[in-house]
Design a protein around this ligand. Sequence first.
Ligand SMILES: Cc1cn([C@H]2C[C@H](O)[C@@H](COP(=O)(O)OP(=O)(O)OP(=O)(O)O)O2)c(=O)[nH]c1=O
Length: 191
Amino acid sequence: MKIVLASSSPRRIELLRNLNLEFDVVPSNFEENINLSNPVELVKNFAYNKALDVESRVQKDSLIIAADTIVYKDGEVLGKPKNEIDAYRMLKLLSGQKHEVYTGLSLIYNGKVINDYECTYVYFKNLSDEEIKYYINTKEPFDKAGAYAIQGYGSIFVEKIEGCYFNVVGLPISKLYDNIKRMGINILKGE
Ligand SMILES: Cc1cn([C@H]2C[C@H](O)[C@@H](COP(=O)(O)OP(=O)(O)OP(=O)(O)O)O2)c(=O)[nH]c1=O
């Protein structure tokens, strides 16, 4: 069996290394352009489509792992900001507030599919305009859902979280391990 991470995200690659497994990285070409208002359905759908796209390009007997992360605030899905104005708007929305981070997780192995998700609550401090502008200038917000990185400079904006930290970074590693087990794969034996 081969393990394939269907992602170009450096954070996901880094986090999967925590499981001490050998794996290949095959980014998906799936375009995230479907409009679903339910955040759980959205991240599960996107993760599944990423996994499906890669499944068609890798050898049989591969365990494919894909994920998709969004920030969700008051019924609005926040993906990656398109530009500085978008990043400013997102950070202003999150300032002093609680929001949710959803990551959809999709596993495909020999035709068997598991689609799951994780949700974490993140509480932001009040951010001044100066702080938001400084942060945008660091460029860190641009390839991150919700325009921040909890693992980076954005960490100083986070008062507390409830739930899985790794889920916010982009890969809920403990839930991934549970789902690999549900697939009937024992990674402890190196199978
Ligand atoms: C909220 C948050 C998101 N992110 C990142 C994780 C994801 O890389 C990104 C959300 O974009 P995604 O569309 O989930 O993933 P991606 O396009 O980066 O990679 P791929 O589709 O190839 O797997 O936001 C952080 O790194 N830190 C954070 O605190």
